[in-house]
Design a protein around this ligand. Sequence first.
Ligand code: PMP
Length: 394
Amino acid sequence: MFETLKPQPADKILSLMAAYREDPRADKIDLGVGVYKNPEGVTPVMRAVKAAEQQLWQEQTTKAYTGLAGDPAYADALISLIFAGSVERDHIAAVATPGGTGAVRQAFELIKLANPSVRVFVSDPTWPNHISMLKHVGLEMVPYRYFDEETCGVDVEGMLADLKGARKGDVVLLHGCCHNPTGANPNSADWKAIVAILQETGATPMIDLAYQGFGDGLEDDAAATRLIASSVPECLIAASCSKNFGVYRERAGLLMAVSQEAGQVAVTQGTLAHLNRQNFSFPPDHGARLVTMILTDDALRADWKAELEEMRSGMLKLREQLATELRRLTGSDRYAFIAQHRGMFSRLGLPPEIVERLRADHAIYMVGDSRLNIAGLNANTVPILANAIAETAG
Ligand code: PMP
């Protein structure tokens, strides 16, 4: 039967990673793959994660199954990090999932179960996995305008106009902070306007929160999520701990469903647990447990926050350095947006030919849509990149 299978389209980022590995040039720079790297090019195990792992190794007495929803202490700890009391705990159904991807996937399944004829509004562009999973699950998709190619900021007018086309029973998928792939984000006035449209249309928001702490800080990065969840009757939040705890391969995610109607929560919780059971049964525990230990221990939490803050401010400094270099080299402000963007990514708005020339002539690897990973840079490689962009794109 396997002969009926057709080759799947190649994942662009994975193909780029392979091309980078095979490139013999010693001065090659990888700005493709979406993992945080320190100035030495290493994706470190965070100090608090190491300490928690050591403690866990000494103290853990069983690896028997947890619950279908994962350890409730994990949900409690992350809910308090994300919502900080802005939504009451008993209004939130939550299940642990294999990473943020698992949370997004389970959310799509829940949506399909609740309303098979749903339309899911997605930003143009969005994380490519959103689109491929929506297709895979069989949900209708409606793109909304998001990125202004001229300014490399958010096309707020276009976005709001398109979101007005949503109606009750539809879902609007939003990036809570640090939009991937563009790095462009709504400001707080824009978020208020988005909330007003959600209230007007009755569409259900779904927030993908994969980078809390990578943009403007843990609190600011959760502000849009808190505002939305406390302003609409119901919403979904898919959170990932991969980036902010650096536990990528441990697969720690959490799917939350908020209902202002507290009586709804038990059935939603049961449905989420059921969906976990159908797909993988018990969610992974190791990463989730480390996250719980860190968030509930004052010393570990303080150390984690300090290291996360170092990572965040390091990325911001690189943004500023790159924008300044490009201003100097081009004599224009056309790249000033790089310092305004937040998170790990920026879409530079360069055509594919330029992206290809950067790779061919300068061994600089970024995704074909001109998304670069800021964390792939360091203070020494920023001027190299700036020179290459100025020379190739002007
Ligand atoms: N959503 C977005 C927008 C992302 O960029 C990512 C990470 N690439 C995820 C979700 C999920 O990441 P993970 O499954 O590794 O936790």
